[in-house]
Design a protein around this ligand. Structure first.
Ligand code: F6R
Length: 608
């Protein structure tokens, strides 16, 4: 996620901005920039790459003298990582500079309006819209100008703003994107996260949605969106820097598990418009969607597991045949393509060597391709015919959690959209699916609330040697992911089995107290899975079941039960995966392992 800093005080601003940005590097970024008021103009330097490049370009900040400024590390969303797309962004006469975290959802509409009024855009970013809107509404009063802009923008933002005509002030505001203000002895600060200011002050104000802050070198004023001044209490920060980088979480993986409600919201919200699904970036006409004869979903690891789930959703709702392929197999197996084939390549990093090769293979055969990718501007995103981004933000832990969850919802959106266009579902079914989709972030949040129970349960299994995950249909797809999450970070051998398949050989491995995790979320398959649970239980297995709220029947066949909130059966994976991620996490933690960096694994697998 992007990082914001700002400073106004009696020290040189640029070195403080660079130092603050360096404390936000853990958030992940691909370019950086700073803007400083030099006494008469706002100077700006920005560049792709690491902060080191910016430090070299500015000679540690020395080439940008001045006592107030804003800085930014960008993790590309709208527009690839380039110098021009890096923040800050100017208005047309460089009298306003702005840095932004978040996503302006109606930026295209605003951009078109501004272009009609003669504004020229130099970048592809949603942020530049803000710079020009501030210019458009500027009336000499920054506070009033900012509130006017806020009434026009939809989405999430944390902003730092410099106005050349107000050199003694900087402004900041937020909605759904974090922002703090630090009060120091030699000046005041803004930042998207506490570590950026900890070296200078521990006295911090947490800014709430749509609160606006005016900072001078020795004063802070807070306002609501009606421009009324409000009083805020400061907080004394007691954590150290390394804890703060992980926002107080012990590992990035847990932080990312907890970011899932937001990541899922960010992926869904821009595509859900007034009870419709609008996937502008799909680039397919309704006619083309109706002509799809077959879908291949191609990916590796967890991304492949989302494909296994999506197969059920595409086939069940849109009635389009789907094949799910491991990219490393697909690229060598000479698949048979027919007219109307769509190849969907799913990847967090967008750089996985096998997935990229599979994409190229499909393109060489003249097949239409779509990337579902998290990292903007990555190879798969650039090379696919079209790209649908997941808005999970940077994922730092090697084991994926939030990227997985956003891939799932991106695939649900596509499947529902295809089903609607192909008249496979009626309006009532469509609206009911959308309603259930919209509830997912809150339901995930609810499940995260019971982490202690999972931790307690996980602690009983720290010394176990084998675990089996079983389920049928979509539950089998969840089992695959649950098993991978556990084994990759805990080094405990685990396997996922289609529940009905266990007795064709593997059941001979079940001994007294072997842990079997049974996924039981598909009502039509309850009874079948319950018998499979009985089969292993009578052979001594300890059965943990994950099922829907109200399915008390399961308690007769399980020793420990986790209940999920009610959702559409196609979406249960998004909920069931949460206790499984927590289980894997706590087993790894309890075994004293490096949860974020398991042995032998890399975050991005760029070799075959
Ligand atoms: C498991 C995990 C991996 C990735 C796989 C694909 O937790 O993270 O299995 O899912 O390596 O990576 P991407 O999505 O970057 O193509």
């Amino acid at each position: 996620m992007c990082g914001i800093v700002g400073y106004i005080g009696s020290e040189q601003a640029a070195p403080i901005l660079l130092d603050g940005l360096s404390k936000l590097e853990y958030r992940g970024y691909d370019s950086a920039g700073i803007a400083v008021f030099n006494g008469s103009e706002i100077d700006m330097v920005k560049s792709t790459g690491k902060l080191k490049v910016l430090e070299e370009l500015t000679k540690g900040g020395a080439t940008l003298p001045g006592f107030s400024g804003i800085g930014h590390t960008r993790w590309a969303t709208h527009g690839s990582p380039t110098d021009t797309n890096a923040h800050p962004h100017y208005n047309k006469d460089c009298s306003i500079a702005v840095v932004h975290n978040g996503i302006i959802e109606n930026y295209l509409k605003l951009r078109r309006k501004l272009e009609k009024k003669g504004y020229q855009f130099v970048s592809e970013t949603d942020t530049e819209v803000l710079a020009h809107l501030l210019d458009y509404y500027y009336n000499g009063n920054p506070l009033d100008t900012i509130t006017k802009v806020l009434y026009r923008v939809e989405g999430s933002y944390a902003l730092g703003i410099l106005f050349k005509e107000h050199p003694e002030e900087i402004y900041a505001v937020r909605k759904d994107s974090p922002l703090i203000v630090g009060q120091g002895k030699e000046g005041n600060f803004i930042a998207s996260d506490v570590p950026a200011v900890l070296k200078y002050t521990r006295n911090v104000y947490f800014i709430e949605n749509q609160e606006i802050v005016r900072l001078t070198k020795d004063s802070l004023n807070f306002y609501n969106i009606d421009e009324e001044e409000i009083q805020k209490e400061s907080t004394e920060i007691e954590w150290d820097i390394s804890a703060a980088e992980k926002a107080g979480y012990e590992y990035f993986m847990l932080k990312e598990i907890y970011e899932q409600p937001q990541a899922v919201t960010d992926t869904l919200r821009p595509r859900l418009k007034e009870n419709e699904i609008l996937i502008e970036e799909l680039g397919m006409t309704e006619e083309e969607i109706r002509e799809i004869s077959k879908i291949y979903i191609v990916a590796c690891g967890s991304a492949y597991h989302t494909g296994v789930t999506a197969k059920y959703v595409f086939e069940g709702l849109a009635r389009i045949p789907v094949e799910v392929d491991l990219a490393s197999e697909f690229r060598y197996r000479n698949p048979i393509f027919q007219p109307g084939t769509l190849v969907i390549v799913v990847s967090q990093s967008g750089e996985t060597a096998d997935s990229l090769a599979a994409l190229r293979e499909a393109k060489n055969c003249g097949v239409r391709t779509l990337g579902i990718v998290n990292v903007v501007g990555s190879s798969i995103a650039r090379e696919a015919d079209n790209v649908m981004y997941t808005w999970a933000g940077p994922e730092i832990a090697v084991a994926t959690t939030k990227a997985y969850s956003t891939q799932l919802v991106a695939e649900y959106l596509l499947a529902i959209h295809f089903a609607k266009v192909r008249n496979q579902i009626d309006e009532q079914q469509f609206q009911s699916l959308l309603n259930d989709l919209k509830k997912l972030p809150d339901q995930i949040e609810l499940l995260l609330g019971s982490k202690e129970k999972l931790q307690h349960f996980a602690n009983r299994y720290l010394a176990t040697e084998h675990v089996f995950f079983i389920g049928r249909g979509i539950d089998y797809a969840i089992s695959l992911e649950g098993s991978l999450k556990l084994k990759e970070i805990s080094y405990i051998h685990s396997e996922a089995y289609a529940a009905g398949e266990l007795k064709h050989g593997t059941i001979s491995l079940i001994e007294q107290d072997t842990l079997v995790v049974a996924l039981v979320t598909q009502k039509s398959l309850y009874k079948k899975t319950l018998s499979n649970m009985q089969e292993v239980r009578t052979r001594g297995a300890f059965v943990m079941a994950v099922t829907n709220a109200g399915n008390k029947e399961v308690e007769k066949s399980a020793d420990y039960v986790v209940y999920l909130p009610e959702t559409n059966p196609y979406f249960t994976n998004s909920l069931a995966v949460i206790p499984l991620q927590l289980f894997g996490y706590y087993v790894s933690l309890g075994r004293g392992l490096d949860v974020d960096k398991p042995r032998n694994l890399a975050k991005s697998v760029t070799v075959e």
